[in-house]
Design a protein. Structure first.
Length: 94
């Protein structure tokens, strides 16, 4: 069976239930748990997805150093590169 959206799945479950299929048959046909069948029969729309908590960035440990480099020479005509930032990192740490 092709992948379908949750709205389409809920509509198909409700349609087949009205046609006389039992909850267990719906579970098997659509390969979902009984709770999903119950939610589909109780509500026309699936509940919205919960937002994920923010994840830390890979740059978080370096943000202070990068900000310091950029603030130190706001008037500089050159571009700042990762190579230069890495070259300055051991000098500041030592």
């Amino acid at each position: 069976m092709p992948q379908m959206s949750k709205v389409e799945l809920y509509a198909a479950i409700r349609r087949d239930h009205r046609a006389g299929m039992t909850m267990r048959e719906l579970e098997r046909k659509y390969n979902v748990a009984w709770r999903t069948v119950r939610k589909a029969l109780d509500s026309a729309w699936p509940e919205p997805r919960k937002p994920l908590p923010p994840r830390p960035s890979a740059l978080d440990p370096y943000k202070a150093m990068i900000d310091g480099i950029l603030r130190a020479d706001l008037e500089a005509p050159q571009r700042h590169t990762v190579t230069r930032a890495r070259a300055e990192e051991p000098a500041k740490a030592g």
